[in-house]
Design a protein around this ligand. Structure first.
Ligand SMILES: [Zn+2]
Length: 280
């Protein structure tokens, strides 16, 4: 193979790997940011559950204070009732007592409701704390993995950078310039040619170009996409055999044995010599 062609093929592999690793290194901080955002959501859930519990407790304290105040009122009304002069005044006081008792009862209902919702709030807090703990551990693990991966990628990139410089310095300038131009425009600069086509743009190649590519002895570019073309004999399609196989030996035998043994040879193409010799 032409040595420039060989190096350019290698250079493209290196360039692709450099691009892949660079993308990966660039994407890693974004991944960390995303998982930290998720962690923040868990922290917020814990804070929310704590706030709900606090306001529940404050509400209960307020209701208990209200009840205490109402009980004091009732006691005051009852003590006043012993010194009232008229039935009217007495009924009015009893009405106040009745009203305060109803308010106490309503406060007690609310306290009961708060106690029930406190139970579920405490459950959600516990769950949120468990989730946060698990998530924190995951985040630390992911961050550590990201740091390791970044360091590995950067090390690989350094090695590839050196390899890249070596390859580039050993390739012919004009071939390299062509490679760079196509690479900039198309993100790939090399393509395999197979079955007389460029495998990147699928344009049909002229027979003469195809013959040149098949030797791999020069830099040939695709007339359509500009990529540098190479040929891999391992990927060459096997010639369409079965129908021709019978025809070929017949023709050979016909030339070699003009005496008229052709039909025998065609029928036994695997061992035509063995069959025809005793017949003569
Ligand atoms: Zn092409």
């Amino acid at each position: 193979m032409n040595s420039d062609l060989e190096r350019l093929i290698e250079l493209e592999k290196v360039d692709r790997e450099v691009a892949r690793l660079s993308d990966e290194v660039a994407a890693l901080p974004k991944r960390v940011a995303a998982i930290e955002e998720k962690l923040a959501e868990h922290k917020a859930a814990v804070e929310k559950a704590k706030t709900r519990i606090k306001s529940n407790e404050a509400g209960r304290r307020q209701l208990e204070a209200d009840i205490k105040g109402l009980q004091e009122k009732i006691a005051k009304y009852r003590s006043q009732s012993s010194s009232v002069k008229t039935n009217e005044e007495y009924r009015a006081l009893m009405h106040e007592v009745d009203f305060a008792e109803k308010q106490i009862s309503s406060c007690e209902d609310k306290i009961l409701e708060l106690m029930i919702s406190l139970e579920s709030d405490e459950k959600s807090l516990k769950q949120a704390e468990v989730d946060l703990k698990a998530e924190s551990a995951d985040v630390e693990k992911e961050k550590a993995e990201t740091r390791v991966r970044t360091a590995e990628d950067e090390k690989l990139l350094t090695g590839l950078g050196e390899k890249r410089s070596t390859l580039r310095s050993s390739v012919d300038d004009s071939a390299l310039a062509h490679y760079d131009r196509v690479m900039r425009q198309r993100k790939s600069a090399i393509s395999e040619a197979r079955e007389q086509k460029c495998l990147a743009c699928f344009v049909m190649l002229r027979p003469q170009t195809w013959q040149e590519i098949r030797t791999n002895e020069q830099i040939v570019t695709c007339s359509s996409c500009g990529r540098i073309l190479y040929f891999d004999p391992a990927n060459e399609a096997p010639p369409p055999e079965p129908p021709k196989r019978k025809a070929k030996p017949r023709a050979v035998e016909a030339d070699a044995e003009p005496e008229g043994e052709t039909s025998t040879a065609a029928e036994n193409e695997t061992a035509p010599a063995a069959e025809t010799t005793p017949a003569q």
